[in-house]
Design a binder for this molecule. Structure first.
Ligand SMILES: *Cc1c(COP(=O)(O)O)cnc(C)c1O
Length: 471
């Protein structure tokens, strides 16, 4: 028995504690559809964390078991807020194995790079991208986007890594419905948020390609360098999918990098219902998406993929002497993640993604995605039957935006209050957004546990609370 200073003194006691924790974890997962959706952390539990620095040994296990009900609530079938995956019990197995191995997946010749490279190979194929492309598993789409924008920058200006860029020199384009992480990437990379042009949307909330062409022409006439066009495959507000093939054509004509934000929507390529509208992803120079959303991999894991491995590598590889690879020994190995992104030390995220795909198979995951798309249509039909509800946007994918209407009311304030009460009463968790300046109740369905009855319960509660509030 190993007995380093931080190893258990009593392995049998450790084993029985670990079994007890596993049982608590399994109970939590098996009862995901029970009880309240969101419950705020009670004060007494909060206080148990807000202590002085622990100087002496203690027993944190009981407290860890006690806090399990107080997460975001996204494992529950009536969690519809923002875009959160619901996760799967299978993820716990891989996290146990990964924690026990405690590998650093930054590089070298061991199992983690092999698994990561295999997952990336599968993803390139699933997304229709070239087999000799590349990629990296990262924390999420926000990080994936920063990496993609940097590779685009360095392909356009091959001395940018050493010399940086001139203020205002590079400009990019994305739609008014695009996620804020794109703007953030422009900020982080020093390009400036104003360099990201906001392209108008049509009445389906998709990028207006005529406006895109105009903006590019204006910038070129002013002597600026178009860096990237970012298409959205599944916009966060209401699920719009840009005309990706149309954007790809413009990008190709103009020799501009084409990036797709497919955070949740790209997963639609695993199913049938959205596949045709997503096919343009195959033409992207880079794609960012999440495993922790519609794939249902447990938090957190996202991915960035590139058509051109050489461009990807050229933007990051610059290993210090002490990290030099070798032909043989542990410093060998073909895939060193550190050559493809800004992180050196990294955990074995790839294992839980691999295990998830291997356990369920991509067809079953695709079927849950199609089912969510059908549920969004079910909800849309129910909304259109209710006089007190008004649809606020089309429902092209898995997100419904609607509101409760009543004469003589401040509808923004009323609907905001309805959503807060739904959350506080533990009934359901939708979120809110604004569309054309008006507040909408936003119901996002990226949840393999949601059933028709959950949506009916939600609508019934909206009607009830709405009636209660207007008295
Ligand atoms: C969630 C989301 C992001 C950000 O992804 P993270 O994994 O949270 O970093 C970006 N774009 C869209 C469309 C999203 O839904």
């Amino acid at each position: 028995m190993s007995n380093g200073d931080l190893d258990p003194k009593d392995w049998d006691a450790f084993r029985s504690n670990a079994h007890a924790m596993l049982d608590r974890s399994i109970d939590k997962m098996a009862q995901a559809d029970q009880g309240r959706v969101w419950t705020p952390l009670p004060d007494d539990l909060r206080a148990q964390f807000q202590t002085d620095i622990p100087r002496d040994a203690g027993d944190p296990n009981a407290l860890m078991a006690d806090i399990m009900p107080y997460g975001v609530g996204n494992t529950h079938p009536r969690f519809f807020g923002w875009v959160h995956g619901a996760g799967a019990p299978s993820g716990v197995m891989a996290d146990m194995a990964a924690a026990a191995m405690n590998v650093n997946a930054g590089g070298r010749d061991h199992v983690a790079p092999v698994v990561e490279r295999q997952v990336l190979t599968w993803c390139l194929e699933l997304m229709g991208m070239p087999a000799d492309g590349s990629g990296l598993i990262v924390s999420g789409t926000s990080m994936a986007t920063i990496i993609a924008m940097k590779v685009a920058r360095d392909r356009l200006l091959d001395d940018a890594r050493a010399r940086g860029v001139k203020q205002g020199q590079l400009v990019g384009y994305t739609s008014a419905q695009a996620h804020s992480c794109i703007k953030q990437a422009f900020d982080v990379l020093g390009l400036g948020t104003e360099a990201l042009r906001v392209v108008k949307c049509n009445d389906q909330f998709e990028m207006d390609l005529n406006h895109l062409r105009e903006l590019i022409a204006t910038d070129r006439a002013a002597g600026l360098m178009p860096l990237v066009i970012v298409g959205t495959a599944g916009a966060v507000n209401m699920g719009a999918i840009d005309d990706l093939n149309g954007i790809a054509g413009i990008a190709a004509d103009q020799d501009i990098w084409f990036h797709v934000d497919g955070a949740f929507g790209a997963a639609g390529l695993l199913g049938e219902l959205a596949r045709d509208r997503l096919a343009g992803i195959a033409r992207a120079d880079s794609l960012a998406f999440d495993f922790h959303k519609w794939y249902q991999v447990n938090y957190e894991a996202g991915c960035v993929l590139f058509k051109d491995e050489a461009a990807h590598r050229a933007s990051f590889s610059d290993r210090a002497e002490y990290l030099r690879g070798s032909e043989r020994g542990l410093a060998g190995g073909a895939f060193w993640a550190v050559d493809y992104g800004p992180e050196l030390s990294r955990g074995f995220r790839a294992l839980k993604v691999w295990a998830h795909l291997a356990e369920h198979g991509v067809d079953a995951i695709g079927a849950t995605i199609d089912r969510n798309i059908e549920l969004a249509q079910y909800l849309n039909a129910r909304v259109s039957r209710e006089d007190a509800l008004q649809a606020m946007a089309p429902v092209p994918l898995n997100i419904n935006c609607f509101r409760f209407v009543a004469d003589g009311q401040d509808l923004d304030a009323l609907n905001d209050e309805i959503v807060i009460l739904l959350q506080e009463r533990g009934i359901a968790v939708p979120s809110t957004t604004r569309l054309n300046g008006e507040l909408a109740i936003r119901v996002n369905i990226t949840n393999h546990r949601t059933q028709e009855s959950d949506l009916d319960l939600l609508v019934d509660a909206v009607l009830e609370i709405g009636a209660e509030l207007i008295g």
